[in-house]
Design a binder for this molecule. Structure first.
Ligand code: NAP
Length: 254
């Protein structure tokens, strides 16, 4: 049965990067079901079209654009088209990431280090620089970090370190963008998406991850979306500079 959500984002405009599937799409869907006009994007036009159709079928106002986060012109066009259509931005969710290597940090090639920093950290800053002049008073920015930001373990180490950087970025930008814009972050645990498929498709590895949670299950894109919706809404109007761990009780911080 379809859940009935509130309408906390009626009249609001939300941009979610890297959002044609997985967690980003789940966030767009949730904000849209709560009344937001959502702007979704990713690298491939076909994925953008399919995702927009899915959202529209659910009665969501959606604009879809191709935006490879590393492409400066794409970032500019994403914001320009959003403003031309909706005139403002209330919520920005920075969700893009890459994890091109499972090597140890000392074995990771410079080109891979560059890619990790670029996609996982730098492009989110650059996209936010484009969006910032159009943010409304009482706006909200949310980074998507990871539980690996707290524990950058083997196989995910350098990726995890870039996610640790987002925790610091959240604090720094919360200060810089106050009081009109709140800046928060989520740190998802493991969610079965395309991104995590190499971990989740192996039954033994999947069970090992589930056993690390207190709730004995992986996360869902809806779990992540619900947390973002909270942080982006007025329900979190006194919350800024924080990271919410959504990981079924996996060890994170005290
Ligand atoms: P996903 O299901 O693989 O989806 C990734 C989305 O990003 C797709 O829509 C993809 O579409 C788009 N994309 C990929 N590279 C892009 C780029 N360079 N520029 C623009 N769009 C791009 O991934 P996910 O698991 O939802 O991951 C989303 C975020 O959650 C990431 O920041 C990830 O680090 C974080 N996270 C995930 C997990 C997990 O277990 N899944 C755990 C912790 C954190 P196109 O292919 O069309 O570009």
């Amino acid at each position: 049965m379809e859940k009935n959500f509130g309408r906390r984002f009626e009249g609001k405009v939300a941009i979610i990067s890297a959002s044609t599937q997985g967690i980003g799409f789940g966030i767009a869907e949730r904000l849209g079901l709560e009344g937001a006009a959502v702007v979704i994007s990713s690298r491939r036009q076909r994925n953008v079209d399919e995702a927009v159709n899915k959202l529209k079928k659910r009665g969501i106002e959606a604009l879809g654009l191709v935006c490879h986060v590393s492409n400066a012109q794409h970032r500019k066009d994403l914001i320009k088209n959003t403003i031309e259509k909706y005139g403002k931005i209330d919520v920005v969710v920075l969700n893009a990431a890459a994890n091109p290597s499972v090597e140890g940090i000392l074995e990771t090639k410079e080109s891979i280090l560059d890619k990790l920093w670029e996609i996982n950290v730098k492009t989110s800053i650059l996209l936010l620089q484009e969006a910032a002049p159009h943010l409304t008073k009482n706006s909200s920015v949310i980074f998507v970090s990871s539980i690996t930001g707290y524990h950058p373990g083997r196989g995910l180490a350098m990726y995890g370190v870039t996610k640790t950087a987002l925790l610091g970025l959240t604090k720094a930008l919360a200060d810089e963008m106050a009081p009109d814009t709140r800046v928060n972050c989520i740190a998802p645990g493991f969610v079965p998406t395309h991104f995590a498929s190499y971990l989740i498709n192996d039954d033994e590895q999947k069970r090992a991850i589930e056993e690390k949670t207190l709730l004995n299950r992986l996360g869902t894109t809806q779990d992540m979306a619900a947390a973002v919706a909270y942080l982006a809404s007025d329900d979190a109007s006194y919350v800024t500079g924080e990271t919410l761990v959504i990981a079924g009780g996996m060890p994170s911080k005290l």
